[in-house]
Ligand binder design. Sequence first.
Ligand code: PLP
Length: 385
Amino acid sequence: MDLTTLLIHGGQDPDEPYGDLSLPLHPTSTFAQADPARPGRFDYARSGNPTRQAVESHIAALEGGARGLAFASGMAAITSVLLLFSPGDHILAGRDLYGGAYRALTTVFARWGLETTFVDTTDPGALAAAVTPRTRAIYVESPSNPLLTVTDLGAVAALAKAQGLLVIVDNTFLTPVLQRPLAHGCDIVLHSATKFLGGHSDLVAGLAVTADAALGQKLYAVQNTCGAVLGPQDCWLLARGMRTLAVRLAAEQETARELATWLAGRPEVARVHYPGLPGHPGHAIQARQADGPGAVLSFELQSAKAAEAFMRTVRLPKVAVSLGGVESILSYPAAMSHAAVPPAERAKRGITDALLRLSVGLESAADLKDDLGRAVGAAAEAEAG
Ligand code: PLP
């Protein structure tokens, strides 16, 4: 089945007795057992719930994996995957990474004894040179947050296979509609389903998919032991959002392309980061490994003062943390998504105080352009004054 069809018809239980078109909601914590000696398919809702199970098998099918698991947030999915490792293990992680993942690795997991080296994963030589005898995994975002760098997933998977390492990919920005990392040989896909998968800025959720059933079982053991599961109501809401993902993302991506090109032509904008632009260093790899550049871009104005004036002036994109909603969302990484990255580290990574990240929603491109045009004008005035 084409992914667009699978989004609509996947995740349905063939044994469901009433033929509901909407996913049945099971708001229960436990399940009566007809025969206590032989527990039924579900026994306790931390261990499994039919509504959650539907979302879990749906995302597994969409990503082409063996096992899907739904968590209470993207960070719960990420930290549960990190719990697959042991104190003394070493992880290679992308230098440009969501600030919350950076914080988890450098605080909680560092204290616990999991060591991380941050590497430019777009440079295969640098990645190969950073592998140590204790390295167990490579953790990548592609495109990355917030600088939209593109990593060659097939090349990373080949390097990892040769060294016996796992490859973990955060696929939040593209979703399986545009990129399927397991097909490139990666082992685990992660999502903040809070973003495009949910799509309506009305829930917090995380998903993980493993390529391999045995690894899926290990991750399930962490999920069941630590308990960061997604509740049935939020599973239902997520399943509803996912059904329209393909059409939402296609429309949002089209507008993002138009806005990126337009912003790149404005003299007040110092730089635009968007893999859909031909000048982007990862453009060719993105075109090869994904079905599109997505609907998130970032851009740099001339200064922090200009960025502040821009944020004060825009009306349509909501200035907020998060991305992937039906409404455009403008974020200020230095103070929002990447506030947990110390200023000196941010500077080293190229996350300046003049950088803004835009997640393009479903508003008309013309209205967005008008609004951004006024904000760019206000930014230039602030800069001049
Ligand atoms: N991964 C990426 C790329 C993100 O942007 C975020 C949140 O912004 C997360 C993971 C964390 O997800 P959540 O906020 O759902 O915990």
